[in-house]
Design a protein around this ligand. Structure first.
Ligand code: SF4
Length: 72
C-alpha cells in the first residue's frame, strides 16, 4: 500500500514545510502527503491542469497561505 505521495521529493509545499512544528501544517502533511487524502490534493490537481507545480504557498486544500503568514 502506498503511504506517501509520489510527489514528496518535488513538491514545493512539502519541501518547504515538512519540518515545521505548526500543528495545522503538520495536519495537512499527515492527512494529505502521508495519508489517506493524498489523491485529493489540490496541488496535484493543479499540476495536472496547468502542467507545472503551483506556488509553494498553496495548501493541499487549495487555499493560499495568507501573505506574511508564518507557520513558525
Ligand atoms: S502537498 Fe500534495 S502534491 Fe505535495 S507532497 Fe503533499 S500530497 Fe503530494
Amino acid at each position: 500500500m502506498i503511504t506517501e505521495c509520489e510527489l514528496l521529493e518535488s513538491c514545493g509545499f512539502f519541501q518547504k514545510y515538512n519540518a515545521t512544528l505548526d500543528m495545522a501544517c503538520r495536519g495537512f502533511i499527515k492527512s494529505f502527503c502521508r495519508g489517506e487524502k493524498m489523491n485529493e490534493c489540490k496541488r496535484k490537481a493543479y499540476r495536472v491542469q496547468h502542467g507545472e507545480p503551483p506556488s509553494d504557498e498553496m495548501l493541499p486544500s487549495g487555499q493560499m497561505m495568507p501573505e506574511n503568514f508564518s507557520w513558525k
